[in-house]
Design a protein around this ligand. Structure first.
Ligand SMILES: Cc1cc2nc3c(=O)[nH]c(=O)nc-3n(C[C@H](O)[C@H](O)[C@H](O)COP(=O)(O)OP(=O)(O)OC[C@H]3O[C@@H](n4cnc5c(N)ncnc54)[C@H](O)[C@@H]3O)c2cc1C
Length: 387
């Protein structure tokens, strides 16, 4: 019998089209050659490797699902594989692409005016402009309905006041998609860097996603023209629809982080000798490795099904919640267990599991905490919202 690929026990790769295979290989090569050699040091230094943005843009990874506007127009499997390969490198890099693609370009494409699309989408696709997505507020991200940031009309302008917290890319963003309460309900605004009253300082001293920029947004009487509002959506369904796109990518991305950890463990336990034999000759170690492969395989199969639903236009947000919950929990558990099996070496930046583990502590919290996704599934089952 042919030996199976430890990272792909159900041979998902054989299901991929030629285009999907090329996308996976191309992004995988980029991660191997350009990300892995620098990412440990970036994490240690708390530095986002922004020098990689032009390469990411050249590969067509920004807004890859959008057709036109200099975007690649790829399908859902391709977007998933992009996230998976990037997160095999680091969750911070995948976060950068998720935010730019799903949380900034998606709402401009879905809800923006023609002028907004033509002005921003090609620049964002080429990496010449960076975007961020401001939904979470300091008093509680799980309850976006309780939004304090508000915008009031003043003649043809809007005046926005409020604060956002934990905003990926905020400090380097040329444009912030800011969600604010208005008399009509929640609306999205495109706030440009340098607008008077708008500040985006970086949040320092993080233990997680250290190779990613996380910021606060402060809006103090920020005046924007009427043309800055996203005309196509009113209400929380605007930001929530963006989150469904991003969470879909996160479910795939988590697989990459888990694969990176398992691959490193397979290599380590093969060469580490204890009690006169390689570590991987112990039943207790093999059971733990097998359990990781079981959980990764389950997550891969789940994501392929999710991609089919997405491309068929039948994706339900609850299905995405279930996948984000399942896959991020899987990856976090695997990263922690790999860290343990590396012994003392497991706390060193030389090995990736501790970095993935710390990153995944953010990934399990952002874009809806694990509990929130469990409650979404609970609501689907019972019909009762328990938030
Ligand atoms: C590194 C990082 C990057 C981020 N990037 C962005 C970004 O780009 N844009 C953005 O808008 N946001 C971003 N976020 C914010 C993220 O989405 C929020 O942190 C998340 O939604 C949780 O909100 P919170 O931190 O206010 O926690 P809270 O909402 O205060 O939750 C605290 C705890 O209470 C639990 N909880 C909440 N409600 C219930 C309930 N009804 N029943 C039981 N338990 C409950 C939660 O699960 C959690 O454990 C980012 C966060 C991080 C850490």
């Amino acid at each position: 019998m042919k030996k199976l690929n430890a990272m792909d026990l159900y041979d998902i790769r054989a299901q991929l089209s030629e285009e999907e295979t090329i996308v996976q290989d191309t992004v995988g090569r980029f991660v191997d050659e350009s990300v892995l050699p620098v990412i440990g040091e970036c994490f240690e230094q708390g530095r986002f490797p922004d020098e990689l943005i032009p390469q990411i843009a050249d590969l067509g990874l920004l807004g890859s699902s959008i057709e036109g506007y200099d975007c690649a127009g790829l399908n859902a499997v391709c977007y998933g594989l992009i996230c998976q390969e990037l997160e095999r490198g680091d969750s911070g890099l995948r976060s950068f692409v998720s935010v730019q693609s799903s949380l900034v370009m998606f709402p401009i494409h879905a809800y923006g005016s023609n002028e907004q699309k033509e002005h921003w989408l090609p620049r964002l696709a080429r990496g010449e402009a960076i975007g961020c997505f401001g939904l979470t507020e300091p008093h509680g991200g799980s309850d976006p309905g309780n939004m304090k940031t508000h915008a009031k009309r003043d003649g043809d302008d809007w005046v926005i006041n409020g604060a956002k917290m934990w905003i990926t890319n905020g400090t380097i963003a040329d444009v912030a998609v800011v969600w604010a309460m208005t008399d009509e309900g929640v609306r999205g605004f495109l706030v440009e860097k340098g607008t008077p009253g708008f500040e985006a300082p970086e949040i320092e001293h993080k233990f997680s996603l250290r190779a990613s920029i996380t910021s606060s947004l402060y809006l103090d009487n920020v005046r924007v023209p009427g043309s800055a509002v996203l005309p196509g959506v009113t209400g929380l369904k605007g930001p929530l629809s963006c989150l469904t796109q991003a969470r879909y990518g996160i479910a795939w991305g988590a697989i990459g982080a888990a694969q990176a950890c398992l691959q490193e463990l397979l290599d380590y336990t093969e060469t580490r000798e204890l009690f006169g034999r390689p570590l991987n000759h112990n039943q207790a170690i093999q059971i733990r490795l097998a359990d990781m492969a079981r959980r990764i395989t389950t997550a891969q199969v789940l994501c392929m099904d999710l991609a089919k639903l997405k491309d068929a236009g039948r994706l339900h947000p609850t299905q995405v919640s279930l996948a984000k919950w399942n896959n991020v929990r899987m990856a976090l558990d695997i990263a922690r267990d790999c860290r343990d099996m590396l012994g003392g070496s497991g706390i060193s930046v030389e090995f990736s599991p501790v970095r993935h583990m710390l990153n995944l502590e953010s990934v399990i919290t952002y874009e809806g905490t694990e509990t929130v996704h469990q409650l979404v599934v609970g609501k689907e089952l019972t019909g009762v919202p328990a938030f």
